[in-house]
Design a protein around this ligand. Structure first.
Ligand code: NAD
Length: 355
């Protein structure tokens, strides 16, 4: 039995209470403190989870030698400052998505954690849902064969946010899932972003991202705040099977389709021959892939503890957070350049930044 680690949650707004509840319920953690500039919020969360010390002073948390780790659930522009101070103080850090406000800040965090031998984990919550974990497992086992395309749709009625556009609000979820499930992570070579602002609010409320991946596969993401219906769907087409993740369908969140293009009969044909021939389609069965339902955040906090105990990177490491951040940043540059594709740094193409 490993010793329980002491953790403080920093930020007790919307998401902090969810972290607090899961850390409190975990056998790996002792929820020692809640820190928020607004002490009343911190107190409300502490009361709701059955007690923890509260403070508005981050330094008092960081200078407490009994605290092993902190979980940061403050606005993105504050992540870098808080995380760097925590790493300096020798604490392991879990940061809410997005990892930071700029790739430069994210990279500094990744490098400093590595230098200090501390865990820096990105809370990419969606990656720990049973259906997404299952998708990762199926892809790694070769179930879908080679990936042919990736199509992602995340649309709903959403609040127009004052500080971020629809890309920064919705796309991190899908980018983090793709980084988690695709072999070698999210290895985009460039990003082209097209946004539209039909409400003239000064920020895109509808967005499209096109990303050629390192192996020539095209990934497309559509995000939309103005859609009256709510959809969270990712389709990954493969040479053997196609996976369809439909997160809002609890009866069948993950389906595996045997229907697709039958490449076996044309594998040696030239492109010209392929165009001339009728491409044969396979019309096989579709089946639901069952995965036990459980709260993703419970798995997130368990992974944070396991990475610390195992002296290893978290499955959604700081480097994973940085890859997502770099795509978002390149998308912002592409938007400013009227959709011109923006290249991503070489180390991201290769799929590895530090850890
Ligand atoms: N993983 C997920 O699915 C998920 C879902 C929602 C939000 N988030 C992320 O969680 C983070 C927080 O989002 P939110 O919606 O809870 O924000 P919020 O504005 O509701 O809450 C932020 C809290 O942080 C506090 N705060 C700000 N600066 C601070 C500082 N320096 N020290 C201590 N406290 C400070 C504020 O007082 C506030 O209570 C964001 O990064 C967001 O993207 C993640």
């Amino acid at each position: 039995m490993k010793k329980r680690l002491n953790v403080a949650v920093v930020g007790a707004g919307y998401w902090g209470p969810h972290l607090g509840r899961n850390l409190r319920a975990s056998r790996e953690w002792n929820l020692a403190a809640i820190c928020d500039l607004d002490i009343d919020r911190a107190r409300r969360v502490a009361d709701a989870v059955g007690g923890a010390s509260v403070t508005a002073d981050l330094q008092s948390v960081l200078s407490d030698p009994l605290i092993d780790a902190i979980a940061i659930a403050t606005p993105a522009k504050t992540h870098h400052e808080i995380a760097m101070a925590a790493l300096e103080a020798g604490k392991h850090v879990m940061v809410e998505k997005p990892l930071a406000d700029t790739p430069e800040h994210g990279l500094e965090m990744v490098v400093r954690a590595a230098e200090r031998g501390l865990v820096l984990m990105a809370d990419h919550t969606s990656c720990y849902t049973p259906a997404v974990l299952k998708m990762r497992e199926l892809i790694a086992a070769g179930e879908i064969g080679d990936v042919l395309f990736v199509d992602s749709l995340r649309v709903n009625f959403g609040l127009i946010q004052p500080d971020i556009d629809v890309f920064w609000d919705l796309a991190p979820h899908d980018l983090s899932i793709l980084d988690f499930i695709l072999p070698g992570g999210l290895r985009a070579t460039s990003v082209a972003a097209h946004g539209s602002d039909p409400l003239s609010s000064g920020t895109s409320s509808i967005g499209h991202l096109s990303m050629p991946l390192a192996d020539g596969v095209m990934a497309h993401l559509h995000v939309n705040w103005l859609n009256p219906t709510r959809t969270r769907r990712i389709v990954i087409g493969g040479t053997r099977h196609t996976l369809v993740w439909d997160d809002l369908n609890p009866q069948q969140r993950l389906s595996v389709y045997d229907r697709g293009v039958d490449l076996s009969s044309i594998s040696h044909a030239t492109a010209k021959d392929r165009r001339a021939a009728n491409v044969p389609y396979r019309s096989g069965e579709a089946r639901a892939s069952a995965a036990e339902e459980r709260e993703a955040l419970a798995a997130v906090v368990a992974e944070f503890a396991a990475a610390i105990h195992g002296h290893r990177d978290a499955r959604t490491s700081g480097a994973a957070g940085l890859r997502v951040l770099s795509v978002l940043d390149a998308a912002a540059h592409s938007l400013a350049a009227f959709g011109a594709p923006q290249p991503l740094p070489d180390q991201l193409r290769a799929g590895g930044v530090a850890a």
